[in-house]
Structures are given as C-alpha cells and as structure tokens.
Design a protein around this ligand. Sequence first.
Ligand SMILES: Cc1cc2nc3c(=O)[nH]c(=O)nc-3n(C[C@H](O)[C@H](O)[C@H](O)COP(=O)(O)OP(=O)(O)OC[C@H]3O[C@@H](n4cnc5c(N)ncnc54)[C@H](O)[C@@H]3O)c2cc1C
Length: 422
Amino acid sequence: MRHRAGDLDRIVIVGAGRAAVAAAEELHRLGFTGAITMLGGEAHPPYHRPACSKGLLTGRQRPADAHLSFSAPVRWLPGRTAEDLDVTRQIVYTQTGEEFEYDGLIVATGAKPVSPPGWPVGEPGLHVLHDIEDAFALAGALREARRVAVVGAGFTGCEAAYVVSSLARECVIVDSNPQVMTRAVGAVTGGLVADSMRHEGVRMRLGRRVRTVSRSRRGWRLDLDDGSHVDADVVISALGERPDTSWFTARHADTGDGLLCDESLRVLGVNRVVAAGAVARWPNPWYGDAPGRCDQWIAALEQGQAAARTLLAGQRPAPAAPLQPRYWSDLFGLRIQVCGRLDGADDVEVTELRPGRRDIARGGMVAVHLRDGVARGVVAVNAPRQFTTLAREMRAAGPVARPRVSLPAAQTSHQRRLSLVG
Ligand SMILES: Cc1cc2nc3c(=O)[nH]c(=O)nc-3n(C[C@H](O)[C@H](O)[C@H](O)COP(=O)(O)OP(=O)(O)OC[C@H]3O[C@@H](n4cnc5c(N)ncnc54)[C@H](O)[C@@H]3O)c2cc1C
C-alpha cells in the first residue's frame, strides 16, 4: 500500500508524546512514504511520561532510559508549539513564526496540569508533576525537603507520595475524597489502598479541601476547609489534567473538553484532521455511550495508531476506534492493575486472596465492578495472575457482546459484596 501520490503527501503531527509517536509509526507501517513532520512543544525527544512520577523522580532512571524510540522517518522538530491553525489553507502556525502546511493533520497534544486559580505554581517549593522538567525540579527540591504535602490523591499524587516516603521524608496527602485514587480504582479499592498507605506512614487528610495556599516563614502553609492547616517545605499539586486546545480555536471545532471526534477519531467540523490520546473526546464504540476522553498511556498508543489509519482512509469510511481502558501503578509495594470502566454507581465484588490479613490490599485482592450483574471493570492489587485471567476474559467478550466475568472458583475463598450507590 502506498499513500504518497494524490492528495496526501504531507502529514503534520502536533505533539510529540505517546499518541504522536504511535501515529507516526503506524503511518510508516502502513506504507505512507510522504513527509511526516512532528512538532513537539518540549525540548526533549519523545519520552515515557509515566516515568515522571516513577523512575525519573526517584533518579533510578535517566532521561535516556525513558526515551520513546521510533523507526519511522519523521522530521521531529522540538520546541515548536502550535499557536494557530488555518483550516482552509491547511497551515499550522508555531510560536517560532514558522508555518507548516499539511494535507493531513494529527492532533496529539495531550493534557496539561490544572491548578486552582491563585496558586503560585512554579514558585520555589510549589510544584506540579507533568513533564520531565517538572520531575527534575521536584527531585531537586525533595533532596532538601523535610515535610512534603501532596494535594490530590489520584494516581500521580499517590505515586509522588510513594517517592517522598521512600526518601524518608514526612508526607501528608490531602484530597476532598474520603479515599485515594477514587476515579482510577474506584472507592472500594481506593479505601483499601489508603489503609495500606497509612500503614506505610503516609499521613492522610482525606475528605478535606485546601482553601488557600500561602507562603509561611519556613515554606508553605495549606489552610484546609475544617480550619486546620498543613505546613510543608514542598507542596506537590496533583489535581488532574485538562487538554489545552486554545490554539485550536472553537470556531473550527468543539473544543469543550478536548477535541470532539467521531468514532474513528476524525475531528468534527474540520476536514483532514484527526485527534489521538488525551486530547481526543470521542464516543468510545467499546461502550457505545457519550463522547469522553481517556487519559492513559495504552489508550494514547492505541488511539495514535487508529488515528493514523483513519487519516490514510481519506474520505472513505474508516474503522471505528474502540478502546478498553487498561492502566497500572506500582506503589508502596502494591501492584495495581485496572482493566475496563469503573463508575461510582457500580456494585463491587471484592475477593481477598489472603483473608484475615489486616492490610487487605497488600495481601492481594481483586475487585470486579458490575452494572446490572455484568462486569464492566476489574481492579487487582498484588494479584497479577488473577488480573490477567479476568482482563483476558473481558477483552475476549469484546465491544459488542457485553462481558460477563466470573471469578474462578479457586480464588473465591472469601468474598465480600459491597454495594456503592451514587
Ligand atoms: C506524571 C504522570 C504519570 C503518569 N503515569 C501513568 C501511568 O502509570 N499509566 C498510565 O496509563 N498513564 C499514566 N499517565 C498518563 C499518560 O502519560 C498520558 O495518558 C499519555 O502520556 C497521553 O499521551 P498523549 O500522547 O495524548 O499526550 P502526552 O504524552 O502528554 O504528549 C503530548 C505532547 O504534546 C505537546 N504539546 C502540547 N501542546 C502542544 C502544542 N500546542 N504544540 C506542540 N506540542 C504540544 C506536549 O508538550 C507533549 O509533549 C501519567 C501522566 C503523568 C503526567
């Protein structure tokens, strides 16, 4: 298959992360021989972003260890941030004053960290953790720190807390939810992981909001909504991420929460433009529901590949891009693995691998999330074998057939059924 002649000679990819690299590799694999230009806002070659809260933060990995290698003949241009777009003349404008004409455009700009208005993020001691520079800056600050506050107990916040604790620094974690990682692993598993983290010495201020952040004589002071406060030398703001589509102005497309796409990742309202990764909001055919985003590593890889296929299809119908979320984390001796969708309204069936242990998560557990008796998601902690079996079963059930997952009898030695409503 050759995709050069005709009307698709120049493909521009905006962004140089997981989705962008996957798209470039897929174009190459499918025989595209035209020019691929990849514009990256960062100065670094594409890298493994999850390493920023793991090996790059602890210093166990060097930047070279985290590089994303690619074999596609790509013209990668670092330090180029797309600032504007002319969809009629098909030109991307960057902050360097350069113009990049395209026949096909792939938007893979990911998401950026959000901080509450008024937080002086970037001042010494007040950090976000999103890119390689953030990881270096934070690693440096942690060397001198004694007390560290992490605001936001999602995956990134908890992984940061893990690094802080492993450096033998005092760590307090603040979140408005009563457990950790609520969105990522659900409330039931999140509560059990929070128990494990407490056992490891992390102080929890859960169910509390930070009202104000201010400078104090010895660092930072966080005032919480119950009138108490937390003092810290270093504060890590880990309050989630949102796509920045300001350059892709709303007159071109729906940019409400990422770029609104169809099932094949074509951006609605503009020609010859597809999106992939954390910036794409699309109706995931796996679930057949309203458009949403999926800000995960494997999702970015699969969407990058799918977006490339869609672009090469031109005006022809392109296959849909179904996706079953899968992600993981390793912290405090807990190997957390997730497959599928979790929702606060799910029924959750928990199986303990070592019943009677005080620290249930550490002993191994599997939580199956069910809706109307049908399994939609699985979370495993320190249960890799069980997770693999269940995740395989859910994947095999496919996007059309609704997955029905049952725990193998050998593992159901002890079951607790917990119903969560709302
Ligand atoms: C600290 C951290 C840890 C994580 N850990 C995990 C994990 O363990 N497991 C997991 O599944 N997911 C994890 N994630 C999420 C995962 O990294 C993202 O879902 C994934 O990187 C998204 O890929 P992407 O290609 O869409 O965006 P990104 O990887 O964010 O890449 C987007 C790139 O586009 C560039 N860009 C943005 N705007 C412009 C512009 N206007 N012009 C040019 N370039 C631009 C950015 O600089 C960036 O380099 C983590 C995220 C963070 C921040």
